[in-house]
Each structure stands twice: as C-alpha cells, then as structure tokens.
Design a protein around this ligand. Structure first.
Ligand SMILES: *Cc1c(COP(=O)(O)O)cnc(C)c1O
Length: 495
C-alpha cells in the first residue's frame, strides 16, 4: 500500500515520499507528515536476528513506499558502510544500570550521521524518480552537528551542491574546525553573526522566496533541505529505536513486549519525534523522556502547555541543543491536535507573531507519553565526572544532559523499567567541555592535547574524524550578517 505525505498546515494535498524528501518543507510552510503511522510489519523475533541494514530496510520500506526494494537497499548499503567504525552501526553500552545507545560511530561522530549518511542517496534517487534535471542545492542552518554531517554526506555527490550556515560564536572549536576544513567543490560553509535561530530563520526565508525560486530554476537549480524537518531525516532515525529494542530482546535483557523508557537529549525535537513514531509503530516504549539543557523551552512546554520562546538565549556546553524554536514539535502538535491543520496553523502563526502559543487541555492530555526535564550546566558537568569516576565511561555534554534528566525521572517516579539513553555525540566532539568537567586541571591545554588526554583516561581510540582535522587547512572563511544570507547564496551559485 502506498503511504502518502501531507502538510501539517494543509491536510488536503498529498505528495509521495520521494516528493516530500525533495521538497523538504511544504509550499505552505508546513512539515510533511505521513497520512498514517504504519504498524511494524516485522515481528520482534524476526527483528532480533537482523543487522542494522536489514532493520533499516524493514522500517524504511514502510514509509518510503514509492522507492523500489532495489533502490532502498542500495541507499542503505551506501549509507551504513565502512564510514561507520563498527559493524553494529549503533551499539548499546550498559553503564551503571542504563543502556547508552551510541549513535556516534559515523563519519562526523555525532548522531546526525545516522540520517545524513543516507539522505543524499534518498534525495538523488528521489530526483531521478521524479525526472528532475535541476541541480539540487541543499541549504542548511546548523547549531553545529548537522552542518558537518550534511557536508560529509553531500560532498562530491553528483547533481548536488550544499550551503551550510552556522552561528559564528555558537559552535564548539572542533565543530567549527570540522566544517571549515570540508573538502568538495560543491560545498560552501558560512559563519553568521547571530545565533542558531537567526540562521534557521534566514534559511526558512530563503526557502519561502518565490522570486529567488524562479531565478534559481532558470539557472538550473532548485533548493532542498537537509535540516531535520526533512522526512528523509526523520524516517532513518526511527530505525535505531526499533534496532535497540530488538537487540535488548535478542540479548535476553528484556522480554518481548516489555516496556522500556527512551531518553533523548533534545533540541529541534527530531530525534525524540522518531522515538515517538517508533512507539506508535508498536515498539513498547513507556515514557519518552525529553531532556533539555538550560534552554528549557520544551520542559516548560511539557509542564504547562504553553510554548514561549520569549526568553534569553543561553549558550551552553551542549550547543546542539541551544534552540528556542524546536521545528519538529510542529509534527507532534499537529498529531495531538487531531490532525487539524487550521488549529496547527493558528499556533504556528502565533509563534511567529507573539513568540508563543498555548495548547488545549485536550491536547495536553495527549502529551502523557512524554516526560520533560532539564539539566543545568553544573549538573551536566557533574554527570560527566560522576559517571566517569564510577565506571570509566566518558559521556559527551549532550548525552550527559540526558543522563542527568533520566536520574531526575527515576528519582521522581521510582520507575525501574529498562532504559535506553540516546547517546548523541562522541565525547571527542566536545573535548574541552568534557575534560573540564572531569578535572579543571585540563583547562590550560590546547584542544588537541585534550584529545590525547581523553584517549588516556577513557581508553577509547581517537576517532578518524578528529585525526583528520588535526592538520587540515581551513577552506572556508566567509562570515556574513544574517541579513546577507540570500546574497551569499546567490554569489555561490553565480546567479
Ligand atoms: C542535533 C543534536 C541534538 C538534538 O537533536 P534534535 O533532533 O535536534 O532534538 C542532540 N545532541 C547532539 C549531539 C546533536 O547533534
């Protein structure tokens, strides 16, 4: 059966999966959602024996129904290959009674590789399928990790170009170095004077610019988005929740049907939304635990039913979660509003106009699947140090936020269900903050000295992604005001 996609702001028109992937955002500014969330058609006993790639096929085929088996399997094979440093792709590590699902074994050592290593293949396949001859221009705003993961995914992929905007003072030194050293003639990296929301708002404006769209088309280009609003990002992320459950079952750590909790360090709400989809597909998940840093807009929302972005933007040691507008939340809102597009549209308009909106009591009740909390900077550092001293395992700052929030949840509720924490980055990606949390004595060292120290204390090999940038030359040094983003893109495309 063909699964179609509709916009959260207009339920009437539908597109195929490949069209939704190509468009990224719907014409009306809404996000594409499947007209229904399918139930897993593979049984747990079957899934328990599957490799990551086989699980990916079993899940993704239910969403991307206009891809042939051959197309989808080829995309999967090209994505989840030796770019990952382990055959398991997403291994589970049990530490101090909790399972950390390590999603950082790909090319850029953060979880965004899980989706961005397959998205370029889904996109070029989708382009062929829809007889598109334009070159696809990927435009992305990043709070750090998306940028590099998208660059790595799209670099030198024929028929594509990629432009990445990042907040010049809002990413870690290693994140920045990873991006500005990116090779590939089709890549372009630009720093913005402003924060992530400025970059994201700028990108959305460019996407909505009809005149630019015409100019682009006559020059043989069309935009697409690699941001987490693209359904081609969301669907591959559902896979690892199914996989984690199946592996726990295969190892005898849970019984078939036993409920687990899932904890996700959250920014744009993409990763946790994928877990929500997994739950709706039938994976027995009790609570979806949404962990925020000091930018606790989601914690406040889940507690009060009011989303309010009118607050100070705080730069934290978990920069990929420094977000005040969680774009993917719109997909959840639409669903808990009973797929009412006009209700959703009103809330999104209020968000633009007033920076806030309120949901109804009815909708609030449907948030019962979620638990939200946050960790302060001090708590995050303490979590890294504490777990390291107890077990020798070193968390990155984002995962540490999740780990601390899980502790708060367990204390508050007494819930002892098996719990999986999405481990979203390697500690090597945020070495300075991680080592500072372990011991202040490291503060005086250079970034790469810290890498070697982290290797010593954790015993985890230095990832290729870090070794590669040690001596790599800076290839991108453009910095612009957020207001000049459009001109910057035009210049890059030569139009
Ligand atoms: C992007 C990112 C997050 C947040 O994920 P969302 O899907 O935006 O909620 C958390 N941790 C790391 C390391 C990330 O790169």
């Amino acid at each position: 059966m063909e699964l179609l996609y509709k916009s959260t702001r207009n339920s009437d028109t539908t597109v195929t999966a490949s069209q939704a992937i190509l468009k990224g955002l719907a014409e009306d500014g809404g996000l594409f959602v499947p007209t229904m969330i399918p139930k897993l058609d593979a049984g747990m006993d079957e899934l328990a024996g599957m490799s990551y790639q086989e699980t990916a096929y079993a899940v993704m085929k239910q969403y991307l129904t206009d891809f042939t088996e051959e197309e989808l399997k080829s995309c999967i094979a090209r994505a989840y290959d030796e770019k990952f440093d382990t055959e398991e792709i997403a291994p589970l590590k049990k530490e101090d009674g909790v399972y950390y699902l390590e999603l950082f074994h790909g090319a850029t050592i953060a979880f965004k590789d899980m989706a961005l290593s397959i998205l370029p293949h889904l996109m070029t396949t989708a382009a062929k399928k829809n007889h598109i001859s334009n070159e696809i221009v990927i435009l992305t705003a990043t709070s750090g990790d998306t940028g590099k993961a998208a660059l790595a995914g799209f670099a030198d992929v024929p028929g594509t170009r990629i432009v990445v905007f990042y907040p010049k003072s809002g990413v870690s030194p290693i994140q920045e170095k990873q991006m500005v050293t990116q090779k590939g003639d089709n890549t372009f990296v630009v720093g913005i004077r402003g924060n992530f929301d400025d970059a994201q708002t700028g990108v959305k404006k460019i996407f909505g610019d009809k005149d630019l769209e015409k100019e682009m088309a006559s020059a043989g280009f069309q935009f697409s988005s690699a941001n987490s609003i693209n359904i081609g990002r969301l669907v591959p992320q559902i896979v690892y929740y199914v996989y984690a459950y199946a592996k726990l079952y295969a190892a005898g750590d849970i019984k078939n049907g036993e409920e687990i909790n899932v904890v996700v360090p959250t920014g744009n709400f993409g990763n946790i939304l994928a877990a929500y989809y997994a739950k709706n597909m039938g994976v027995p998940i009790r609570k979806l635990i949404c962990a925020s840093n000091e930018n606790r807009v989601l914690y406040d929302f889940l507690g009060t039913g009011t989303y309010d972005r009118n607050r100070e933007f705080i730069l934290t040691t978990s920069p990929s979660m420094d977000i005040l507008i969680s774009s993917n939340l719109e997909r959840l809102l639409y669903r808990i509003a009973g797929e009412d597009d006009s209700k959703n549209r009103q809330m999104m308009e209020a968000l633009v106009k007033d920076g806030r909106y309120e949901i109804t009591e009815d909708m609030k009740e449907k948030l019962a699947d979620f638990y939200g909390n946050y960790a302060t900077e001090a708590e995050t550092a303490d979590e890294i140090a504490g777990l390291y001293r107890k077990t020798g395992y070193v968390l990155d700052t984002h995962t540490a936020v999740a780990s601390r929030v899980y502790r708060k949840y367990a204390e508050e509720t007494g819930d002892t269900a098996v719990t999986v924490i999405a481990s979203t980055a390697s500690p090597y990606k945020f070495t300075r903050s991680v080592m500072d949390a372990v011991d202040k004595k490291y503060d005086a060292m250079s970034d790469f000295e810290l890498v070697d120290e982290l290797n010593k204390i954790s015993g985890v090999a230095v990832p290729r992604a870090i070794d590669e940038i040690r001596n790599a030359p800076v290839l991108h040094d453009t910095v612009v005001d957020a207001a000049d983003m459009k001109d910057t893109v035009k210049k890059f495309l030569g139009i």
